[in-house]
Design a protein around this ligand. Structure first.
Ligand code: ADP
Ligand code: MG
Length: 818
């Protein structure tokens, strides 16, 4: 008994999916699993929930729809409610920190992280009659895990006599990962392809590829607007700040003034608009007000230190049971959208405009209706992109990649594609991540171009050369789950408590290994284009493992991933996590003798999983909340994540007594602290040159520190992480930090090789700096620039091992030794 507005009904009928309603519903009724593949804009997200609703799927239980992006979660719930003539009480949304779900909710849109979290308390998802996983082609880590879990939950629900349907919706990309993976679905689910009308789009490449792609995008938009026929423009950039920058610039060039009747103006071909400038509707940039914060934190730090000194006249100790648990222990819905990250370097306003462009702008009377679009934009502002531009004005949307497949903007005729996007890249040592601007994949470029041909033939302008497209753009990026170390994920999955459910213990053997060409893609994502680094095999999957364990997924190695990370690496990650005390052994409940023990997450592991780092460094941070040591460990982790901070001049940083306690990380910490001091005084450049610090590295460390700090505050809200005045480490603190480093690197211990152990006839001098370490036959050596060469301690821990020298003079060396 749905009563739709006739206007909506007409609009719906134009969508290709409407013609397939009967077939779609037949397939859903007859199958537990269904894959719906269709071009963006064909009507999957807005229409299929309505089909299900009308077929009665929401009569006793709810219809669930998951989205990997927050922006789509809100927008699509609103749209579906509107089309159905239902209120937001009935068609609702839920995401972390926000939502309007209630008792009357029938159709529930949510971020994938939210549904994952619900599985922790209700494994069978008994509230739902059908789950739609939307945008599955985006392959977010949470979506991938959801698919693995749902492949097991659906048969369980059937056994309980209350069937659950799973619908996977995807753009027409990489469907084989779902259909040809027999660990995921024993028999491939039926696929329904929605053929949509797509008008031809002419793709234009630039002859040259300029690095200032924002300037190029601006110029291209000006040319389109001043020279080409009517039709909306959609510009793809990488992040929120770039969006605002371009929006401002374009609005200034082609202002829209509310009180002017443009339809008449244009007909009468009046000369240029009057100069009555009106305040532009521009959003302010987020400006960090650091000064106050620093001052406050300095006070807090001073107080904490005073207190600590009084309390610990004796040797201070790190208490292994003292750490904050995040209130929300899940990782649900960590905003992984890249739009809210800031970008740097492109925003100089001093572009000298081409004379011709300036003239064109001057002569153009038609305003440009410029709108921003990105994930964190408020929902009322988001909604504006769906409304037609005011009469006489041309629509121009400046967007991040949310407009690639998540949202379809009507009436776009011209696409301007910078070819860039932001991507999280992970440091292989610490697991710290940073946003990098990278080339989009070829698949993304095609998707973006396609946006120009939704309603009529269109044009796509790629602001880079065809050579770049062929050589620098990968065909497709590997799914997120393979790009980050899995340790963290494993721990989180273990936290979900699914070990009660035997179904997780009976997976068929792992048959889908990563294809060999996968590595190449991963490398490209990391920005390494031409060469494999030697440590690829040692890239730790610990993060993923930890996250999954936190979700209660004990047998991470056997989990039915759509695309599985390397199995051997997963096993090693479990071992490391156990040694770190983040997982512990439980005897398997099954009676079978061949069953291995199960590794489950510990309380510490649960706390550590909240930190966006490789778990060993997460542990360092979790424990360093004690004694107000977070500022130092944050700085340390940031410094350890950046390569080659110091050009080999160890003597620039003379060893004082307590620095030696901490060894190389102590030197690093001191250098960072001192550089920070110099930065506040505006003397960073000089300072870096004088003391042999790489200035770029110092800046990178500062950025990472800020990023880490804000992510830590998500799980430990009152954490003090700023260095403030606490730049110099005192004796007691150095001792505590040394204990912390040991808790994090306790599995990477080495002991000095004694001279009497050296075989007869061997050159003893070669063993001056040599150590034994576990699991390795050959000796390892102190780094030639290690400050500890002055001391040569009996016992050390190291951050990383690496190889130097050519074939016959190959040598294993320890980096960052304490
Ligand atoms: P798909 O999920 O297949 O990519 P959608 O269901 O998102 O497609 O979109 C179908 C159509 O609905 C598109 O043409 C889109 O422009 C339109 N649409 C979606 N949301 C809105 C809205 N809030 N206002 C107007 N049109 C909308
Ligand atoms: Mg969609």
């Amino acid at each position: 008994d749905v009563k739709r507005d006739p206007k909506i009904q007409i609009a719906r009928l134009k969508l290709p999916i409407l013609g397939e309603e009967q077939r779609v519903m037949e397939l859903i009724n007859e199958n537990e699993f269904l894959i719906v593949a269709g071009e963006t804009g064909s009507g999957k997200t807005t229409q299929i929930p309505q089909f299900l609703y009308e077929a009665g799927y929401a009569s006793t239980k709810m219809i669930a729809v998951t989205e990997p992006r927050r922006v789509a979660t809100v927008a699509m719930a609103a749209r579906v409610g509107y089309e159905l003539g239902l209120s937001s009480k009935e068609v609702s949304y839920l995401m972390r920190f926000e939502g309007n779900v209630g008792k009357e909710t029938k159709i529930k849109f949510m971020t994938d992280g939210v549904l994952l979290k619900e599985i922790q308390s209700d494994f069978l998802l008994s509230k739902y009659s059908v789950v739609i996983i939307d945008e599955a082609h985006e392959r977010s880590v949470y979506t991938d895990i959801l698919l693995g879990l749902l492949s097991r939950i659906v048969p369980l629900r059937r056994k309980r006599g209350s069937p659950l349907r799973l619908i996977i919706m995807s753009a027409t990309l990489r469907i084989e990962d779902f259909t040809e993976n027999t660990r995921l679905f024993k028999t491939p689910p039926p696929v329904i392809k929605i053929e949509s009308r797509q008008f031809p789009v002419t793709v234009h490449f630039n002859k040259h590829t300029y690095s200032d792609y924002l300037k190029e995008a601006y110029k291209k938009a000006v040319k389109i607007h001043t020279r080409l026929p009517e039709g909306g423009i959609l510009i793809f950039v990488t992040g929120q700040q770039e969006v605002h920058y371009l929006v401002r610039k374009l609005r200034t060039s082609f202002p829209y003034k509310k009180n002017v009747d443009y339809s008449k103006l244009i007909q009468k071909k009046r000369p240029t608009l009057t100069e009555t400038e009106q305040a532009l509707d521009s959003e302010p940039e987020d400006i960090e007000s650091d000064d106050d914060e620093v001052e406050k934190e300095m006070k807090r730090m001073r107080k904490a230190r005073r207190k600590m000194r009084q309390k610990h006249k004796e040797l201070p100790k790190i208490n292994l049971d003292d750490y904050d648990m995040p209130e929300d222990d899940g990782q649900a819905d960590l905003v992984d959208d890249n739009d809210d990250q800031d970008s740097e370097g492109h925003l100089s306003d001093s572009d000298a405009e081409d004379d011709t462009l300036t003239a064109a702008i001057k002569n153009c009377r038609q305003p440009l209706w410029v709108l921003p679009l990105y994930s964190m934009l408020g929902s009322s502002k988001q909604a504006r992109v769906f409304q037609p531009a005011p009469v006489g004005a041309r629509l121009c949307v400046v967007s991040t990649d949310v407009a690639e497949t998540s949202l379809t903007i009507p009436a776009i005729k011209y696409v301007v594609d910078t070819g860039k996007k932001k991507m999280r890249v992970y440091d292989h040592v610490t697991g710290a991540s940073a946003w990098r601007v990278v080339w989009t994949s070829q698949a993304s470029a095609e998707q973006r171009s396609g946006r120009a041909g939704r309603t009529a033939p269109g044009h796509a302008y790629r602001l880079y050369s065809s050579a770049v497209f062929q050589h620098d753009c990968v065909e497709q990026y590997p799914p997120d789950i393979c790009r980050r170390p899995p340790d963290h994920l494993t721990l989180t999955m273990k936290c979900m408590g699914i070990d009660k459910h035997d179904c997780m213990e009976q997976y068929p053997p792992d048959i889908c290994r990563r294809p060999p060409d996968h590595l190449t893609l991963t490398m490209k994502c990391m920005g390494i284009d031409k060469q494999y680094p030697p440590d690829i095999c040692r890239k730790p999957p610990d993060h993923l493992t930890l996250t999954m364990k936190c979700m209660g997924i004990d047998k991470v190695v056997n989990f039915p991933f759509p695309t599985a990370p390397d199995r051997m690496q997963l096993r090693l990650a479990e071992q490391r996590l156990e040694v770190l005390g983040l997982l512990e052994r439980h005897q398997s409940k099954a009676k079978r003798s061949d069953d291995e023990d199960v590794l489950k997450v510990t309380a510490l592991g649960r706390a550590v999983s909240a930190f966006p780092l490789l778990p060993r460094y997460g542990k360092l941070l979790a424990l360093s909340h004690q004694h107000a040591l977070l500022p130092y460990t944050v700085a340390l982790v940031a410094a350890l994540s950046v390569p080659e901070v110091m050009s080999g001049k160890p003597d620039s940083w003379p060893a004082t007594g307590h620095l030696l306690l901490l060894g190389d990380p102590g030197v690093l910490l001191r250098a960072v602290g001192a550089a920070e001091h110099a930065h506040l005084k505006g003397e960073e450049e000089l300072f870096c040159a004088k003391y042999g610090l790489r200035e770029k590295a110092v800046q990178e460390i500062r950025k990472l520190r800020k990023q880490l700090s804000s992510e830590i505050r998500l799980c430990v809200p009152n954490a003090v992480t700023s260095l403030g005045e606490a730049r110099v480490v005192d004796d007691g603190q150095a001792r505590l930090l040394r204990q912390l480093v040991l808790t994090a690197l306790g599995d990477q211990v080495a002991t000095k090789i004694q001279l009497h152990e050296v075989k007869e006839g061997e050159d003893k001098r070669k063993y001056k700096y040599a150590y034994h370490c576990a699991n390795l036959e050959e000796p390892v050596h102190l780094h030639s620039e290690s400050i500890l060469r002055k001391v040569i301690p009996e016992w050390v821990v190291y951050q990383e091992l690496y190889e130097t020298g050519s074939e016959e003079r190959r040598k294993m060396v320890m980096r960052h030794v304490t």
